[in-house]
Design a protein around this ligand. Structure first.
Ligand code: NZQ
Ligand code: ZN
Length: 396
């Protein structure tokens, strides 16, 4: 176990272009000689006019389009984009959308130049796992604050036939730039706003809720983000509230939650995501909601291992000063679940009409994907993950 702050490098090459009405600046950031492919999802960017605006700004460029990237983007769809890029020689990609479109674009950027079959970017029983060594340059226009994908180098892809949802990443898959216009979030429905708040919150928790190593900056930074999300979350999910600062704070909090700044030199525990991805892969539940199911149960089951940090979280983030250490920790875990519920996300499988049958199926999936020794200590076995799923079945 790590006892102090570990050595680290910190390099994030993504240029953030934050604020209102900045799409015009695309012409300063996309090199003039590039053949540009615009990638987007199921149509929100068409419906709300963002795609047209971007096409207008890029009218002097050679531009193509690839739409239809699903939420939880699939390998099958993304490979069609890889083929298009290879056949037609696109050399700059522009993602317009949320985490799914951005992740998908990262995959296409790397897949188009991958030596051999891009499935080998992945391991865990799906591919041979060879490193990504190059990728096409790409930018993003973010429409959904949630994943942090706009300022990190990772992505998650769903394999429909194999029923798997797996991550990839590399030093070559950072966006060159990301345009973050909070006004583009005004068209989001409540469900996606809530998913975004929860996803960002859990990203911070996974880089914070481990054991103390004396990293004061990282801890306070993480606590600041958690407190911000708790403060603004209930207002953010009001889809009719178009207060600019509210959405700007939400957007910047979500980006900072997973842009590699709060986890430098500290232990991390990505097991909520690992357990959550299996739920999406089998039952199609939104990413944010899977985390609302897993995290509260995980904190209960792993209370002992995470006790010191849980107490710090209780006191500093939730301001709980009364009671014994045990009571404070219990209360903080309860508050966490309640927070997700206030945002409208059920925290148990029973809220999604799922029961007992899920436990074996999900544990089998974890085993298949070699997720048998996870968490900050590598001691979360399948038996412990089973306990977590079990605990999340229904309220006690
Ligand atoms: O597809 P369209 O029509 O664009 O609609 C989308 C989609 O249905 C809609 N939407 C997006 N922006 C909108 C909008 N609707 C109205 N107005 C707007 N401005 O929202 C729906 C969900 O979009 P999606 O991109 O799927 O959501 P999110 O940003 O939550 O991304 C989820 C994906 O990101 C992965 C998840 O696993 C999941 O596959 N993650 C990526 C991470 C990363 N790269 O670092 C980390 C995360 O932990 C996460 O795993
Ligand atoms: Zn996430």
């Amino acid at each position: 176990m790590q006892t102090g702050i570990a050595n680290f490098d910190y390099y994030n090459p993504t240029r953030i272009v934050f604020g209102k009405n900045r799409l015009n600046e695309l012409t300063e950031m996309v090199p003039k000689d590039k053949k540009v492919l615009l990638l987007y999802g199921g149509g929100s960017v068409k419906k709300f006019g963002t795609l047209d605006k971007i096409k207008q700004v890029l009218k002097d460029y050679t531009v193509g389009e690839f739409g239809g990237i699903e939420a939880n983007p699939t390998y099958e769809t993304l490979m069609k984009a890889v083929q298009l890029v290879r056949e037609e020689g696109y050399d700059f990609l522009l993602a317009i959308g949320g985490g799914s479109v951005i992740d998908g674009t990262k995959f296409v950027a790397a897949g188009a130049l991958f030596d051999g079959d891009p499935i080998d970017m992945f391991g865990q029983g799906v591919g041979a796992h060879r490193p990504i060594e190059r990728a096409l340059p790409f930018g993003t226009v973010l429409t959904l604050p949630a994943t942090g994908s706009e300022m990190n180098s990772g992505g998650v892809v769903t394999f429909v036939e194999k029923k798997a949802k797996l991550g990839f990443g590399s030093a070559f898959t950072f966006p060159v730039f990301s345009i973050l216009d909070p006004e583009l979030t005004y068209t989001l429905p409540k469900r996606q706003l809530a998913n975004g708040v929860i996803d960002a919150f859990v990203h911070v928790m996974e880089q914070y809720m481990t054991y103390p190593v004396g990293a004061l900056v990282q801890d306070r930074y993480a606590e600041g983000l958690l407190s911000t999300l708790i403060e603004i979350g209930p207002k953010v999910i009001d889809e009719t509230n178009h207060d600019y600062n509210l959405r700007a704070n939400f957007m910047w909090a979500a980006t900072n939650a997973l842009n590699g700044s709060i986890n430098r030199g500290v232990p991390g525990d990505w097991s909520s995501h690992s357990l959550g991805h299996e739920i999406t892969a089998l039952y199609g539940i939104d990413h944010g909601r899977t985390l609302a199911i897993v995290l509260p149960a995980l904190l209960e089951v792993r209370k002992e291992q995470k006790f010191d940090k849980l107490l710090q979280y209780a006191e500093r983030v939730w301001g709980i000063q009364e009671g014994t250490a045990d009571e404070k920790v219990e209360f903080a875990i309860k508050k966490t679940g309640q927070f997700f519920e206030i945002l409208g996300a059920g925290t148990h499988f029973s809220d999604y009409d799922l029961g007992e049958e899920v436990v074996d199926e999900l544990v089998d999936q974890l085993e298949k994907h070699q997720l048998t020794a996870i968490s900050e200590r590598g001691d979360q076995t399948l038996a412990i993950s089973r306990q977590i799923y079990q605990k999340a079945l229904r309220p006690d």
